[in-house]
Design a protein around this ligand. Sequence first.
Ligand SMILES: O=C(O)c1ccccc1N[C@@H]1O[C@H](COP(=O)(O)O)[C@@H](O)[C@H]1O
Length: 227
Amino acid sequence: MAIVESTTPENEAHNKLRIKVCGMKFAENIANVATLEPDFLGFIFVSGSARYAADTLDPRQLLALPLGIKRVGVFVDETTANILRIAGQYGLDLVQLHGEETPEQCADLQTAGLPVMKVFSVGETFDFATLMPYVSHCTYFLFDTKGEMRGGNGTTFDWNLLKAYPLSVPYFLAGGLDLSHVPVLQELQLPGLFAVDLNSRFEAAPGQKDVEKLRVMLEALRYNPMN
Ligand SMILES: O=C(O)c1ccccc1N[C@@H]1O[C@H](COP(=O)(O)O)[C@@H](O)[C@H]1O
Protein backbone atom coordinates (compact mmCIF):
# COMPACT_ATOMS: atom_id res chain seq x y z
CA MET A 1 0.00 0.00 0.00
CA ALA A 2 1.24 3.43 -0.83
CA ILE A 3 0.06 4.85 2.45
CA VAL A 4 -1.29 7.83 0.55
CA GLU A 5 -2.23 6.17 -2.69
CA SER A 6 -3.22 9.05 -4.87
CA THR A 7 -1.53 12.16 -6.19
CA THR A 8 -4.71 14.25 -6.47
CA PRO A 9 -5.99 16.05 -3.37
CA GLU A 10 -9.54 14.76 -3.96
CA ASN A 11 -8.52 11.12 -4.07
CA GLU A 12 -5.95 11.62 -1.35
CA ALA A 13 -8.75 12.43 1.07
CA HIS A 14 -10.48 9.17 0.16
CA ASN A 15 -7.50 6.89 -0.03
CA LYS A 16 -5.26 7.96 2.76
CA LEU A 17 -4.80 5.53 5.59
CA ARG A 18 -6.28 6.95 8.78
CA ILE A 19 -4.57 6.57 12.14
CA LYS A 20 -6.14 5.83 15.51
CA VAL A 21 -4.15 6.05 18.72
CA CYS A 22 -5.95 4.13 21.44
CA GLY A 23 -5.82 3.68 25.20
CA MET A 24 -5.31 7.32 26.18
CA LYS A 25 -6.02 8.25 29.80
CA PHE A 26 -3.83 11.14 31.00
CA ALA A 27 -4.61 14.77 30.11
CA GLU A 28 -1.07 15.99 29.37
CA ASN A 29 -0.26 12.90 27.33
CA ILE A 30 -3.49 13.33 25.35
CA ALA A 31 -2.62 16.94 24.58
CA ASN A 32 0.87 15.93 23.42
CA VAL A 33 -0.39 13.09 21.23
CA ALA A 34 -3.05 15.40 19.77
CA THR A 35 -0.26 17.61 18.36
CA LEU A 36 0.62 14.68 16.06
CA GLU A 37 -2.88 15.03 14.55
CA PRO A 38 -4.07 11.42 14.57
CA ASP A 39 -7.47 10.97 12.92
CA PHE A 40 -8.91 9.15 15.95
CA LEU A 41 -8.08 8.98 19.65
CA GLY A 42 -9.43 6.02 21.61
CA PHE A 43 -10.50 5.92 25.26
CA ILE A 44 -11.13 2.65 27.08
CA PHE A 45 -14.31 2.50 29.15
CA VAL A 46 -13.73 -1.06 30.33
CA SER A 47 -13.23 -1.13 34.09
CA GLY A 48 -10.79 -4.08 34.22
CA SER A 49 -8.39 -2.54 31.71
CA ALA A 50 -5.07 -0.98 32.71
CA ARG A 51 -6.06 1.78 30.27
CA TYR A 52 -9.43 2.50 31.89
CA ALA A 53 -10.00 6.19 31.20
CA ALA A 54 -12.97 7.10 33.36
CA ASP A 55 -10.90 7.25 36.58
CA THR A 56 -8.42 9.81 35.27
CA LEU A 57 -10.20 11.75 32.57
CA ASP A 58 -12.29 14.85 32.95
CA PRO A 59 -14.83 14.90 30.07
CA ARG A 60 -13.89 18.53 29.39
CA GLN A 61 -10.41 17.36 28.29
CA LEU A 62 -11.99 15.32 25.51
CA LEU A 63 -14.46 18.02 24.56
CA ALA A 64 -11.49 20.41 24.09
CA LEU A 65 -9.77 18.22 21.48
CA PRO A 66 -9.36 19.67 17.98
CA LEU A 67 -12.40 19.00 15.76
CA GLY A 68 -10.30 17.01 13.27
CA ILE A 69 -9.63 14.30 15.86
CA LYS A 70 -12.54 11.91 16.37
CA ARG A 71 -13.10 10.61 19.93
CA VAL A 72 -13.65 6.85 20.08
CA GLY A 73 -15.03 5.17 23.20
CA VAL A 74 -14.10 1.50 23.64
CA PHE A 75 -16.63 -0.74 25.41
CA VAL A 76 -16.96 -4.45 26.19
CA ASP A 77 -20.47 -5.84 26.66
CA GLU A 78 -21.78 -2.59 28.15
CA THR A 79 -25.48 -1.77 28.16
CA THR A 80 -26.84 0.53 25.46
CA ALA A 81 -28.05 2.98 28.11
CA ASN A 82 -24.59 3.23 29.71
CA ILE A 83 -22.85 3.60 26.34
CA LEU A 84 -25.19 6.43 25.34
CA ARG A 85 -24.77 8.13 28.71
CA ILE A 86 -20.95 7.99 28.56
CA ALA A 87 -20.93 9.01 24.89
CA GLY A 88 -22.94 12.12 25.76
CA GLN A 89 -20.80 12.93 28.77
CA TYR A 90 -17.46 12.66 26.91
CA GLY A 91 -18.65 13.86 23.49
CA LEU A 92 -17.76 10.57 21.78
CA ASP A 93 -17.97 10.58 17.99
CA LEU A 94 -17.90 6.82 17.62
CA VAL A 95 -18.02 3.70 19.78
CA GLN A 96 -15.83 0.63 19.43
CA LEU A 97 -17.64 -2.48 20.66
CA HIS A 98 -14.98 -4.99 21.67
CA GLY A 99 -17.13 -7.75 23.20
CA GLU A 100 -19.99 -10.02 22.16
CA GLU A 101 -22.35 -7.21 21.19
CA THR A 102 -25.24 -8.21 18.93
CA PRO A 103 -26.27 -6.69 15.59
CA GLU A 104 -29.41 -5.45 17.41
CA GLN A 105 -27.35 -3.46 19.91
CA CYS A 106 -25.28 -1.97 17.07
CA ALA A 107 -28.54 -1.01 15.32
CA ASP A 108 -29.93 0.60 18.48
CA LEU A 109 -26.81 2.71 18.96
CA GLN A 110 -26.69 3.81 15.34
CA THR A 111 -30.41 4.66 15.44
CA ALA A 112 -29.68 6.79 18.49
CA GLY A 113 -27.16 8.70 16.35
CA LEU A 114 -23.95 7.07 17.57
CA PRO A 115 -21.78 5.50 14.85
CA VAL A 116 -20.59 1.99 15.70
CA MET A 117 -17.36 0.15 15.02
CA LYS A 118 -17.85 -3.54 15.78
CA VAL A 119 -14.74 -5.52 16.64
CA PHE A 120 -14.05 -9.05 15.46
CA SER A 121 -11.27 -11.14 16.97
CA VAL A 122 -9.26 -13.07 14.43
CA GLY A 123 -7.58 -16.39 15.16
CA GLU A 124 -5.86 -18.70 12.71
CA THR A 125 -8.85 -18.54 10.37
CA PHE A 126 -11.75 -16.14 9.95
CA ASP A 127 -15.20 -16.70 8.49
CA PHE A 128 -16.37 -13.52 6.77
CA ALA A 129 -19.96 -14.79 7.01
CA THR A 130 -19.80 -13.75 10.71
CA LEU A 131 -19.87 -10.15 9.54
CA MET A 132 -23.03 -10.32 7.47
CA PRO A 133 -25.65 -9.61 10.21
CA TYR A 134 -23.65 -6.52 11.20
CA VAL A 135 -23.14 -4.95 7.78
CA SER A 136 -26.12 -2.61 7.76
CA HIS A 137 -25.71 -1.62 11.43
CA CYS A 138 -22.06 -0.58 11.58
CA THR A 139 -20.10 2.34 10.18
CA TYR A 140 -16.79 0.47 10.53
CA PHE A 141 -15.47 -2.93 11.46
CA LEU A 142 -12.26 -3.52 13.38
CA PHE A 143 -10.17 -6.67 13.19
CA ASP A 144 -8.06 -7.43 16.26
CA THR A 145 -6.03 -10.46 17.26
CA LYS A 146 -7.77 -13.10 19.34
CA GLY A 147 -5.95 -13.35 22.67
CA GLU A 148 -6.20 -13.90 26.40
CA MET A 149 -7.64 -10.43 26.96
CA ARG A 150 -10.47 -8.74 25.09
CA GLY A 151 -8.03 -6.21 23.62
CA GLY A 152 -4.60 -4.75 24.16
CA ASN A 153 -2.85 -8.12 23.79
CA GLY A 154 -0.06 -6.61 21.71
CA THR A 155 0.00 -9.46 19.21
CA THR A 156 -0.66 -9.59 15.47
CA PHE A 157 -2.65 -12.07 13.38
CA ASP A 158 -2.03 -13.23 9.84
CA TRP A 159 -3.15 -10.16 7.89
CA ASN A 160 -3.14 -12.21 4.67
CA LEU A 161 -6.56 -13.43 5.85
CA LEU A 162 -7.91 -9.96 5.06
CA LYS A 163 -6.83 -10.14 1.42
CA ALA A 164 -10.14 -11.91 0.82
CA TYR A 165 -12.22 -9.20 2.56
CA PRO A 166 -15.42 -9.19 0.50
CA LEU A 167 -17.39 -6.21 1.89
CA SER A 168 -17.65 -2.46 1.43
CA VAL A 169 -17.71 -1.61 5.16
CA PRO A 170 -14.34 0.07 5.83
CA TYR A 171 -12.29 -1.47 8.61
CA PHE A 172 -9.60 -0.66 11.15
CA LEU A 173 -6.67 -3.04 11.64
CA ALA A 174 -5.55 -3.56 15.25
CA GLY A 175 -3.43 -5.87 17.34
CA GLY A 176 0.23 -5.36 18.16
CA LEU A 177 0.99 -2.91 15.38
CA ASP A 178 4.39 -1.20 15.55
CA LEU A 179 6.95 0.51 13.32
CA SER A 180 8.31 -2.77 11.95
CA HIS A 181 4.94 -3.44 10.27
CA VAL A 182 4.85 -0.38 8.00
CA PRO A 183 6.63 -2.05 5.03
CA VAL A 184 4.42 -5.15 5.39
CA LEU A 185 1.30 -2.99 5.30
CA GLN A 186 2.59 -1.18 2.23
CA GLU A 187 3.24 -4.48 0.53
CA LEU A 188 -0.09 -6.12 1.38
CA GLN A 189 -2.44 -3.49 -0.15
CA LEU A 190 -5.35 -4.82 1.92
CA PRO A 191 -8.79 -4.20 0.36
CA GLY A 192 -11.11 -2.17 2.60
CA LEU A 193 -8.40 -1.12 5.03
CA PHE A 194 -9.40 2.33 6.33
CA ALA A 195 -7.26 2.88 9.42
CA VAL A 196 -4.61 1.37 11.63
CA ASP A 197 -4.99 1.26 15.39
CA LEU A 198 -1.93 1.88 17.59
CA ASN A 199 -2.04 0.91 21.23
CA SER A 200 0.16 -1.11 23.58
CA ARG A 201 3.28 -1.14 21.37
CA PHE A 202 3.57 2.63 21.78
CA GLU A 203 3.36 2.86 25.55
CA ALA A 204 5.85 3.99 28.16
CA ALA A 205 3.37 2.60 30.73
CA PRO A 206 -0.27 1.46 30.43
CA GLY A 207 -2.28 4.39 29.13
CA GLN A 208 0.83 6.57 28.78
CA LYS A 209 1.89 6.85 25.14
CA ASP A 210 5.50 7.40 24.09
CA VAL A 211 5.00 10.52 21.98
CA GLU A 212 8.34 10.29 20.16
CA LYS A 213 7.74 6.66 19.22
CA LEU A 214 4.31 7.64 17.90
CA ARG A 215 5.77 10.58 15.98
CA VAL A 216 8.16 8.26 14.12
CA MET A 217 5.32 5.81 13.37
CA LEU A 218 2.96 8.49 12.09
CA GLU A 219 5.69 9.93 9.86
CA ALA A 220 6.39 6.47 8.44
CA LEU A 221 2.69 5.80 7.82
CA ARG A 222 2.20 9.18 6.18
CA TYR A 223 5.32 9.08 4.05
CA ASN A 224 4.49 8.53 0.40
CA PRO A 225 7.50 7.75 -1.79
CA MET A 226 5.36 8.53 -4.89
CA ASN A 227 5.03 12.24 -3.97
O1 LIG B 1 -6.26 -1.84 25.45
C1 LIG B 1 -7.06 -2.32 26.24
O2 LIG B 1 -6.78 -2.37 27.46
C2 LIG B 1 -8.38 -2.84 25.79
C3 LIG B 1 -9.24 -3.39 26.72
C4 LIG B 1 -10.48 -3.88 26.34
C5 LIG B 1 -10.86 -3.83 25.00
C6 LIG B 1 -10.01 -3.30 24.06
C7 LIG B 1 -8.76 -2.80 24.41
N1 LIG B 1 -7.86 -2.28 23.48
C8 LIG B 1 -7.99 -2.42 22.08
O3 LIG B 1 -7.23 -3.54 21.65
C9 LIG B 1 -6.83 -3.34 20.31
C10 LIG B 1 -5.45 -3.89 20.09
O4 LIG B 1 -4.50 -3.32 20.92
P1 LIG B 1 -2.94 -3.76 20.90
O5 LIG B 1 -2.29 -3.02 19.77
O6 LIG B 1 -2.87 -5.22 20.70
O7 LIG B 1 -2.39 -3.32 22.21
C11 LIG B 1 -6.99 -1.86 20.02
O8 LIG B 1 -8.08 -1.71 19.12
C12 LIG B 1 -7.41 -1.24 21.32
O9 LIG B 1 -8.43 -0.30 21.10
